[in-house]
Design a protein around this ligand. Structure first.
Ligand SMILES: *Cc1c(COP(=O)(O)O)cnc(C)c1O
Length: 459
């Protein structure tokens, strides 16, 4: 054994203790460190020959890299849609590494059964029936990818072919209809060989990002019985608008289409009785995408994919080999997701649900929504800023009152970042450049909103 390895093995408890101390320091300092550090990469160093041992590696990391890491797990990182990690989720994530299970087959470990339990809990959390089977993937992009892969297989089935067997050329063009699709849907379609060009953006309602169901109906009628895919959006990134899932789902009585719902973060509306109506009809979907590293506040990377057609999912993702075993009635995850070997990313999700339950996570969702509304109210009162849309849920989308050019909005974003107090990301909403403040962190409080508002007022 390499001497550094044997020395580290002998000192493992001390080593993990130093890493733990560093992690505790980082987490307890989160609220005070600059929220987003503009990156300045340090000078590259050559590949170590002998290596310095883990204690020295930790020290080097602390000195050379850690100061440049963002406070993205903290309460005022409001860019993109970014979750933190609850205490239980961090503990669960550490143990995921310590146990280092390969959640691929169930022949040697109960890890897959833990994943099945976590899937069942999440299904209930999002109000889905047991008709939906689920599996963990790395993020909403992969969850959309899997859902759209199953959609593609379904379209093949309608036309009497198997895309997973015969290839996507046998299928020809597959129209994908959506009002305000997330960029990751295009990415997934590119990876699936269906092409970004297969998306037909359907008109949205006036002043909204939700699809106009009448226009969608007209597009479906024009397809004249050809199978299609509808990507419904439950929570758009600019204004967190929701398609009318019940109305869209009802159209399936008249038109053959696969209903995929991108509920990456909007799915969490289901946790709050006051907002659950926004996702009414979610259970009707053929496939559903929900991100977990956003609003469930588990560490990256984690998302879940649900579908009513596990049989089709199995056709696509099966990885049959003598040594892996053949898929059974209760297939191992190796046969259900793009990965074969895979991290037990169910464990942090299991931990946070075991620790805080439905109530704890509901409180996070409701608090974040209230905080977004509060920031929206404060911005509405600032003469130099204006809301680009009413705050519908957990995102505030706003811009400069005067001359909101991309340059001036970028300068505002820079001022906020350089203050160290908060991090917001730019967008374009209905042609107007603006900024988004997205609330999905469990740590954020009223005091944080006051600080963010102060920085915006002064900017
Ligand atoms: C974040 C997001 C995605 C992509 O999620 P990743 O976790 O980054 O892969 C897809 N759809 C929506 C609506 C999102 O908000």
């Amino acid at each position: 054994m390499h001497p550094n390895l044997s020395a580290d093995l002998a000192r493992l408890p001390e080593l993990l203790d130093s890493a733990r101390r560093h992690a505790v320091e980082v987490l307890s300092g989160l609220a005070d460190r600059p929220v987003a550090v503009p990156p300045e990469p340090p000078e590259p160093t050559p590949l170590p020959d002998a290596g310095a041992g883990a204690a020295a590696a930790l020290e080097r990391f602390q000195n050379r890299w850690a100061p440049g890491f963002s406070g993205s797990a903290g309460p005022r990182y409001l860019g993109f849609v970014t979750g933190g990690a609850t205490p239980a989720a961090v503990a669960g994530d550490w143990l995921t590494s310590a146990f280092d299970q390969n959640a691929v087959t169930g022949s040697d470990s109960s890890a897959l059964d833990l994943e099945r339990e976590a899937v069942g809990w999440l299904r209930e959390l999002f109000g889905l029936s047991t008709a939906h089977a689920g599996a963990f993937v790395t993020g909403a992009t992969m969850s959309n990818f899997v859902g759209l892969a199953i959609a593609r297989e379904w379209a093949g089935e309608r036309l009497g072919i198997s895309v997973s067997q015969d290839g996507v050329a046998a299928l020809g063009n597959l129209p994908v209809l959506s009002g305000s699709p997330h960029s990751s849907a295009y990415k997934a379609l590119a990876m699936l060989g269906l092409g970004r060009g297969c998306v037909r953006e359907v008109a949205t309602l006036p002043e909204r990002e939700a699809v106009d169901v009448d226009r969608l109906t007209a597009e479906l009628t024009a397809l004249d019985g050809r199978p299609a895919v509808v990507v419904a959006n439950a929570g758009t990134v600019n204004t967190v608008d929701f398609d009318d899932l019940r109305a869209i789902s009802a159209l399936r009585q008249r038109y053959p289409f696969w209903l995929h719902v991108d509920a990456a973060f909007g799915g969490f509306a289901a946790l709050s009785p006051q907002h659950a109506d926004l996702v009414a009809g979610l259970d009707e979907a053929d496939s559903v995408c929900v991100d977990l590293h956003k609003w469930l506040n588990v560490p990256y990377d984690s998302a879940i994919q649900f579908t009513r057609r596990r049989d089709l999912q199995l056709r696509i993702f099966q990885n049959s080999a003598a040594y892996l075993g053949m898929p059974t009635d209760n297939p191992d995850f190796v046969h259900l997701t793009p990965e074969s070997s895979r991290r037990l990313r169910a464990l942090p999700a299991w931990f946070t649900l075991a620790a805080y339950g439905q109530q704890g996570h509901r409180e996070v969702v409701e608090r974040d929504v209230a905080l977004a509304r509060d920031l929206g109210d404060r911005i509405a009162e600032m003469p130099h800023l204006r809301l680009l849309a009413a705050v519908r849920f957990n995102v505030v989308c706003f811009t400069l009152t005067e001359a909101p050019t991309a340059e001036r909005v970028a300068a505002l974003a820079r001022t906020v970042t350089e203050s160290g107090v908060a991090f917001l990301t730019p967008t374009v909403y209905k042609g107007t450049p603006g900024l988004r403040a997205a609330f999905s962190n469990w740590r954020t409080t009223d005091a944080d909103v006051v600080r963010v508002a102060d920085v915006l007022r002064a900017a």
